[in-house]
Design a protein around this ligand. Structure first.
Ligand code: CA2
Length: 151
C-alpha cells in the first residue's frame, strides 16, 4: 500500500516570496503547498500534511507524528540543517524515505550552509532547483514506492 507523504519546513520559510527573490524566487510557501498537493495527487499519493514552523521542537514533534503514521518525509530544515543534531536524530528513526530539500544550492553558497546534519540521515538531497526541489522530491518518493511495488 502507498505510504502518505508529509512536507515539513523550517524557520523563516513562511517569508518565501517576500524577500531575497534573487536567491529564493517569488513563489510563496502557499503556492508551493498547492503544487506539492497537485504533484502528490498526480502520483496517486496522499499528502497528509504540509507545515512550517519557526520552533525547532514543533518540527521534531511533527517528524515523530510522520513516523507514527508511516509517512515518507520531504523536509526543508532551512538553517537547522547545519545546526540541529536533534532534528537529524528524529529523522534518523523515520522508517520511510526522508528527502532533504533546499530551494537554493547550499553547496554553491557560503561555507556555513554546507555540512548538513540532516544529509547524513536522509535517503537523498535535492537542492538548487527553486520550488521545484520539492516537486522532484515527491517524484523521487513516488518512484521509490513504485520500485518497491515491482519487487
Ligand atoms: O535554500 C533553502 O531552501 C534553504 O533551506 C533556505 C534557508 C537557508 O538558511 C538554507 O541555508 C537554505 C533560509 C530560509 C529563509 O527563507 C527566507 C525566505 C524569504 C526571505 C528571507 C528568508
Amino acid at each position: 500500500m502507498a505510504s502518505p507523504i508529509v512536507v515539513l519546513n523550517g524557520p523563516s520559510l513562511n517569508l518565501l516570496g517576500s524577500r531575497e527573490p534573487e536567491v529564493y524566487g517569488t513563489t510563496t510557501l502557499q503556492d508551493i503547498e498547492a503544487m506539492c498537493r497537485e504533484r502528490a495527487e498526480r502520483h496517486g499519493l496522499e499528502m497528509h500534511f504540509f507545515r512550517q514552523t519557526n520552533h525547532e521542537g514543533f518540527l521534531i514533534d511533527w517528524i515523530q507524528e510522520a513516523r507514527g503514521i508511516g509517512a515518507s518525509v520531504v523536509v526543508n530544515p532551512g538553517a537547522w540543517s547545519t545546526t540541529s543534531v536533534a532534528i537529524a536524530d528524529a529523522l534518523k528513526i523515520v522508517e520511510e524515505p526522508v528527502i532533504e530539500v533546499h530551494i537554493s544550492n547550499i553547496h554553491s553558497r557560503e561555507p556555513f550552509r554546507h555540512g548538513s546534519h540532516v544529509s547524513r540521515v536522509a535517503k537523498g538531497v535535492i537542492a538548487g532547483f527553486g520550488f521545484r526541489s520539492y516537486l522532484y522530491a515527491i517524484d523521487a518518493i513516488a518512484d521509490i514506492q513504485a520500485v518497491r511495488r515491482a519487487l
